[in-house]
Write a protein of this length. Structure first.
Length: 626
């Protein structure tokens, strides 16, 4: 351990050391008198302090950082800071994002004497806010004793990783410098980014039960969401999907999680808004293996695409449900590994058929002349047929694909310059995106328009389809870009798509992006902000109040914002795009595409224009609200 030659280590230094050990390199937050002494340790321990404009944006930024890095840390003060960040923490809890929220509290003596301290309610109750945070944290710990502090800190960090949800650590300001004897730390187990062992009995029963359901199914499919999967389980998911021989779909939240080049990838499933070819494959499915998916109204076409538990296996971070039967204390990565091993074994044990004797998978499956066959035999025949088809026609995808493939050089197909519409923009965007891009879409037109975009390989997609907090992506963009800078591949582009109304909810964090980008190392943090200008809250207009003033906003000249927030000349570019020809010319520009500095683009669309699927969603939301 890094303090093995020392007699003591200060309490907050220990916390920073453990945070860094788990892979966090930057800490977000806002300074306040109850955490100022703690902040002295951040840089001392080799961490970067990212001071945000307010605690809400800091929480959003910590969320975005965690979605790229795997975990993040956020520091606030009790009460005013903690509650300001609670909206963001609640979103991270709802969407399975692991954030370590460290809250500085008044001294132990002040709490014991129930003093009327600022940032409190004035009634001497210093635990009232703990109760609020506890409801949106998978664990909250109060550090009150130096002897138990290390174990509580380690438990919180490990729980954050295992559950992939926020934890809250409360520390009185008079304890930051209290020394911990290092000799007591030497016997502590080493922890890291790993999951605990499964409950053996539950694991065995689950795998037996689930495999029996898979073997008995005649039309199984897989549906992958984006909750609790990206970190700690992505490699196991990829291996599992490589073994399956039935259709794989992405849920709205699962964009970018599934490699769209997989032979079995069949497209995006979002209930009744899905492509007809996707619906034709989902409708006869008698078993849906859901991985990391949450069936919210926004990703199921207003609940039109909800999959009943009686025909599903739902694999989540720390439990799996098989047709309503819950198996606790089994973890997503071990479950996926076991499934992959079973399918691999099943494949090698299946009867080998000489491909040269058959012209196609259809003729192979159709040549059965032995009368009725069992479900297990059907699956074996189906798999063998697909294997033959793949060996004979490797370039042919046996399943339809929702979006057009993007291959070779970019082709710009606009015959003439026209006004930009959402439907044109999102279907055209894929030809400009690159492998490895970090793509953020704000709640509203962007989050639904992106469903019509082909995402490139190795991209990471960030959106809030469950919590849907307006303005979230401005802070999340800063956090994601910071995580990219901290990563082994710091040249990836971070691209944000946000409406003008949402930008006004969190625009201050643009100044943090600029401040961090002014240092030479931050020149590698690549950010592009597409501001979709349509004069206000389009989603709300579609739901109710198309012409009402409460859905209007004050227009901004967004191109002036970088200068207002202190960006030096030559460190950024701004653009105003009003036609398809303007945008395609921008996409052709090498300096824009390489994006070595901040770019801000105003993308002008008509106020009444919106992605077609969002129009349908708004109609269903209006009817349900009424």
């Amino acid at each position: 351990m890094m303090f093995s030659n020392r007699e003591t280590i200060d309490l907050f230094e220990y916390l920073c050391t453990q945070i860094k050990k788990i892979g966090i390199q930057s800490v977000h937050g806002v300074p306040g008198d109850f955490n100022l002494v703690a902040l002295d340790y951040v840089e001392k321990c080799g961490l970067t302090w990212v001071g945000n404009c307010n605690e809400l944006n800091a929480g959003y930024a910590a969320d975005g950082y965690a979605r790229i890095n795997g975990m993040s840390a956020l520091m606030t003060v009790m009460g005013v800071g903690e509650l300001s960040a609670l909206n963001a923490i609640a979103g991270a809890f709802a969407e399975y994002v692991p954030v370590i929220h460290i809250v500085g509290k008044p001294s132990r003596q002040a709490q014991k004497n129930r003093l009327c301290v600022h940032h409190s309610l004035g009634n001497g109750d210093f635990n009232v806010f703990d109760e609020m945070s506890r409801r949106v944290s998978c664990l909250t710990v109060n550090i009150e004793n130096v002897e138990t502090a290390p174990s509580l800190i380690d438990e919180a960090i490990q729980t954050c990783w295992i559950q992939s949800r926020p934890v809250t650590i409360y520390i009185p300001c008079d304890m930051f410098r209290i020394p911990i004897r290092c000799e007591k730390l030497h016997i502590r187990p080493v922890f890291g980014r790993h999951m605990p062992p499964d409950d053996v009995r539950a694991h065995e029963q689950l795998i037996d039960t689930a495999m029996r359901e898979i073997q008995q199914a005649t039309n199984p499919v897989i549906l992958v969401g984006g909750y609790g999967i990206q970190h700690g389980a992505k490699a196991d998911l990829d291996e599992f999907l490589a073994q399956v021989d039935f259709p794989v779909f992405a849920a709205g939240s699962g964009l970018g999680i599934v490699d769209s080049s997989l032979p079995r990838f069949a497209g995006l499933y979002v209930g009744s808004w899905s492509d007809e070819r996707v619906l034709s494959m989902m409708k006869p499915a008698d078993l849906v293996i859901c991985i990391g998916n949450i069936q919210s109204d926004l990703t199921t076409s207003g609940f039109s695409g909800v999959i009943d538990h009686t025909r599903s296996i739902e694999i989540q971070r720390t439990k799996t449900t098989v047709k309503g039967r819950v198996f606790d204390y089994v973890h997503v990565n071990s479950v996926l590994r076991a499934f992959a091993a079973k399918l691999r074994t099943s494949s090698t044990e299946s009867v080998c058929v000489d491909a040269s004797q058959h012209n196609s998978a259809h003729s192979f499956v159709g040549n059965n002349t032995q009368g009725p066959i069992s479900s297990v035999e059907k699956i074996s025949l189906f798999k063998s047929g697909l294997q033959i088809l793949t060996s004979l026609q490797k370039s042919v995808n046996p399943f339809p694909y929702l979006w057009p493939k993007v291959t070779g050089e970019m082709e710009y197909l606009s015959e003439k310059s026209t006004s930009i519409t959402h439907d044109w923009f999102w279907t055209s965007l894929g030809k400009w995106l690159k492998a490895g891009d970090i793509i953020l879409t704000e709640t509203g037109t962007a989050s639904f328009g992106i469903w019509n975009t082909t995402l490139p390989p190795d991209s990471i997609f960030i959106a809030q389809y469950l919590w849907s907090s307006i303005g979230y992506t401005v802070g999340a963009c800063e956090g994601a870009a910071q995580a990219v800078r901290d990563s082994a591949n710091p040249t990836r582009r971070t691209i944000l798509f946000i409406g003008d109304g949402s930008l006004q909810c969190g625009c201050q964090e643009l100044s943090t992006i600029i401040r961090q980008g002014l240092t030479p190392i931050m020149l590698l943090t690549l950010s592009v902000s597409f501001v979709i200008c349509n004069n206000g809250y389009t989603v709300e207009r579609l739901i109710h109040g198309e012409k009402q003033i409460y859905n209007d906003i004050q227009p901004w000249d967004h191109r002036l914002l970088p200068a207002v927030f202190g960006a030096a000349p030559g460190t950024y570019q701004t653009h105003r795009v009003e036609s398809t020809a303007d945008l395609e010319a921008l996409w052709r520009s090498a300096s824009f595409t390489n994006c070595s500095f901040l770019q801000l683009i105003e993308l002008c669309v008509a106020q009444e224009d919106a992605p077609s699927n969002l129009v349908a969603l708004a109609r269903s939301l209006h009817e349900r609200n009424a």
